[in-house]
Design a protein around this ligand. Structure first.
Ligand code: NAP
Ligand code: G4F
Length: 393
C-alpha cells in the first residue's frame, strides 16, 4: 500500500488500536497493511539496530508528525519486560498481535537458550504486561505447525504436540501460556497454529525464498549453485498475505479459541525446487544419492537461452549437510476444517501460484525480464501485488 492511499479520507477510521510485535517481519508487514486498510491505528515494536531494519514497512511509513498518521513505531525488545509493560500501559491497544520471535528453526539449534528466551518467554512477558496493566485487550499468539513435529499428518487443533527443535519447544511453551492466561485470567487470547506461509517478503534463509533467489541469481549469472539440506521434507506452504487475514479474524470472533491455518496440500522441498526452476525455463534432473545427489540442467526454454550463460549439463544444485537439522520435521499437512467452518476462511492462492509469484518477484529483483503471470493471478484473485491485502477477507 502506498503512503498516499493511507491518507485517503474515505478510508474508515475504526478508532481501534493494534500493537504488533514483529512488525518488521514478513507477517508483521502484511498485517500492518491490512489493519491500516481497515482503519486501525497501528503501533509496532521495533528493535534498535545499527542498520535500518524497517525495509518491509518503509513503503507504508508516514512521518508521525503528519496529522493523519496512523502508524507508530516504538523501540523495545521481547527480552525487556519493563518496556513491554510501559508500551502496553500507555498505548492501551484493543488488539495485540504477538508475531515477534527468533523464528528460524535451524538457527534455534545453534541458539537454544536465546530462542527459548525470545520465542518462549517473550510471550509470557507480553501476557504479564497485559495482565499487570489491567487493560482489556485481545491477544493473538503466533503459534506454529512446527509444534506438531513428529506427529503424523494431517494435523489439526487436536493433534498432540511433539516438538522437534528448540524453536518448536519454545512455541509449545508459549502456546500453553496463552491458553493458561485465557483460562486463568479470562483473557481473550487465541493461538493461530499457522503452517508455513511464504511470499516475496519471506526471509532470505527460509528454504522457499532461498530457492527462488537462487533461481534468479543463477539465471542472472550472480550465483553458480544452490546448496540445500533435506530435499524430502514436506511442508504445507501457503501465501502469507492471506494468512494475516486469519490472524485478524480470530480476534473478531465472539469467543477466543485456537485455530490451525494452512492449505491442506503438502509438497516436498524437491517439488518446490523443480517447479521454481521450471517456471524460470530450466528443467532440472537429478543424479547421485544422499549427500552426493546433484541437480543438473536437463534443458532450457528457448526464451531463456538468449538471456543466460547457464548450459545444459551444468550442476546447479548440491547438498550441504550443514543444512540438515539434528531432528527434522518430515511431514506437515494442515486439516483446517475448524477455520473453514468457524472463520469462513479459505486460501485462494495455490502452491503452483505461490511458487510462480515468488520466482517472478526474485527474477524482477535480479533484473531478469519475465512475463510476470503471478501478478496477474493476484489481480484476478483480488490480492493486489503492491497494494496488497486491502481487498482480501
Ligand atoms: P520473521 O519474518 O522472522 O519476523 C520475526 C519478527 O520478530 C521480526 O520483526 C523481528 O525483528 C522480530 N524479533 C525477533 N527477535 C525479537 C526480539 N528479541 N524483540 C523484538 N522483536 C524481535 O517471521 P514471520 O515469518 O513474519 O513470522 C511471524 C511469527 O509467526 C513468528 O513468531 C513465527 O515464529 C511465527 N510463524 C511463522 C510461520 C511462517 O511460515 N512464516 C508459521 C508459523 C508461525 P527484526 O526485523 O528486527 O529481526
Ligand atoms: O523454510 P524452513 O527453514 O522452514 P521451517 O523449518 O518449516 O520453519 C518455518 O515454518 C514454521 C511453520 O511450520 C514456522 F513456525 C517457522 O518460524 C518458520 O517460518 O525449512 C523448511 C524445510 C525444512 O524441513 C528444512 O530442513 O526445508 C528444509 N531445508 C532443506 N534445505 C532447508 C534447506 N531449510 C532451510 N532453511 N535451508 C536449507 O538450505
Amino acid at each position: 500500500m502506498e503512503a498516499e492511499d493511507l491518507k485517503r479520507e474515505d478510508l474508515p477510521h475504526t478508532g481501534r488500536k493494534a500493537l504488533i510485535t514483529g512488525i518488521t517481519g514478513q507477517d508483521g508487514s502484511y498485517l500492518t497493511e491490512f489493519l491500516l486498510s481497515k482503519g486501525y491505528e497501528v503501533h509496532g515494536l521495533i528493535r534498535r539496530a545499527s542498520t535500518f531494519n524497517t525495509g518491509r514497512i518503509d513503503h507504508i511509513y508516514v512521518d508521525p508528525h503528519v496529522s493523519d498518521a496512523r502508524l507508530f513505531l516504538h523501540y523495545g525488545d521481547l527480552a525487556d519486560s519493563g518496556q513491554l509493560t510501559h508500551l502496553i500501559y500507555n498505548i492501551r491497544p484493543d488488539e495485540v498481535y504477538h508475531l515477534g520471535a527468533q523464528s528460524h528453526v535451524r538457527v534455534s539449534f545453534d541458539m537454544p537458550e536465546f530462542s527459548g528466551n525470545i520465542t518462549g518467554l517473550g510471550t509470557t512477558r507480553l501476557l504479564e504486561a497485559i495482565r499487570r496493566s489491567g487493560i482489556n485487550t485481545r491477544f493473538y499468539q503466533a503459534s506454529s505447525s512446527e509444534m506438531f513435529g513428529a506427529s503424523a499428518p494431517p494435523q489439526n487443533e487436536k493433534t498432540p504436540f511433539y516438538p522437534r527443535s528448540p524453536y518448536a519447544a519454545a512455541k509449545v511453551y508459549a502456546y500453553w501460556m496463552t491458553v493458561n492466561y485465557r483460562e486463568g485470567y479470562n483473557m481473550f487470547a487465541c493461538n493461530g497454529i499457522l503452517f508455513n506461509h511464504e511470499s516475496p517478503r519471506r526471509g532470505e534463509t527460509f528454504v522457499t525464498r532461498k530457492i527462488t533467489r537462487a533461481v534468479a541469481g543463477i539465471i542472472a549469472g550472480k550465483q553458480d549453485k544452490l546448496y540445500l539440506g533435506n530435499l524430502e521434507a514436506r511442508r504445507d506452504w501457503g501465501f502469507a498475505p492471506e494468512y494475516v487475514v486469519c490472524q485478524w479474524l480470530m480476534l473478531q470472533q465472539d469467543k477466543p479459541a485456537d485455530y490451525a491455518i494452512g492449505t491442506g496440500e503438502s509438497h516436498s522441498v524437491r517439488d518446490f525446487v523443480e517447479l521454481a526452476f521450471r517456471y524460470a525455463g530450466i528443467e532440472i534432473g537429478w543424479e547421485g544419492e544422499g549427500v552426493d545427489e546433484k541437480g543438473i540442467v536437463r534443458s532450457l526454454s528457448p526464451d531463456l537461452r538468449n538471456m543466460t550463460s547457464v548450459n545444459v549439463g551444468d550442476v546447479i544444485l548440491e547438498i550441504d549437510p550443514k543444512y540438515f537439522r539434528p531432528t527434522e520435521v518430515e511431514y506437515l499437512l494442515a486439516d483446517t476444517s475448524k477455520a473453514r467452518e468457524m472463520l469462513g476462511w479459505e486460501p485462494k492462492v495455490t502452491f503452483k501460484e505461490l511458487v510462480r509469484i515468488m520466482v517472478e518477484s526474485d527474477m524482477e529483483l535480479a533484473g531478469v525480464n519475465l512475463s510476470f503471470e503471478g501478478k496477474k493471478v493476484l489481480e484476478e484473485k483480488g490480492i493486489n501485488w503492491t497494494k496488497n491485502v486491502q481487498t482480501v477477507g
